[in-house]
Design a protein around this ligand. Sequence first.
Ligand SMILES: C[S@@+](CC[C@H](N)C(=O)[O-])C[C@H]1O[C@@H](n2cnc3c(N)ncnc32)[C@H](O)[C@@H]1O
Length: 239
Amino acid sequence: MACVLDRQADYNSSLCRWIARGEFIGNTFGRQALGIIWDFAEVNPFSHASGSWSGAVEWVARVIEANADFSGQQATVQQSSATAHPLPNDAATLFCTDPPYYDLVPYADLSDFYYVWLKRSIGADHPSMFADTKTPKEQEIVQLAERNKEYSYKTRERFEELMGQAMQEARRVVEASGIGIVFFAHKGTAAWESQLQAMINAGWVVTASWPIDTERGARLRAINSATLASSIQLVCRPP
Ligand SMILES: C[S@@+](CC[C@H](N)C(=O)[O-])C[C@H]1O[C@@H](n2cnc3c(N)ncnc32)[C@H](O)[C@@H]1O
């Protein structure tokens, strides 16, 4: 239900446009940004139209059904910064990560949009995750120095330092015969240099790379523009 409420928030903000070519309401996060728009449309959440509460229930239920695992196996999920991992040395055979893409997305700021609703819906069940009024920003591994004066300290050097720590932590946790997979996508060479340097400095050896289509072709950002449609999976191993 918390996911349904979040989906409603996504379809009920003053950043929702009317999509004329399909005659339905667009969501807030058509791309990973809160962009200024000329005008907005409102949906009646109690209708059965696109963007309604019942539609959100349907979509969330479909995702849960598609991903449900009835094998009885259990997983443990824990929250921590990638720079200080809770697992002991050599504990894992595989590590797989989709790290921040350098300067592309201000993840923590955007997360606040949902955080304030999640805090109200499931905050009492997970008090340690919702202790603050907003998401933590300090340890976020992103390069935002030129984007926002408030984040002038989030420089390229800081990105490399923190990403280096995260990659070292991954190296510490993965056993010598283990394997790592790092997703990455960016059009700029500075971003690639920073990411690869952090991995090499941490002692990883990149042994293969695969491009995989990971983005929806119909997403707003892809319409009438040349955008990244794929990410690269970097396969790496301890030396
Ligand atoms: C490319 S996104 C991953 C998106 C994810 N695969 C998904 O589909 O939702 C990178 C993520 O890294 C997170 N991140 C940034 N700094 C981090 C840190 N120090 N420790 C752990 N996660 C961090 C960001 O908040 C963001 O959610």
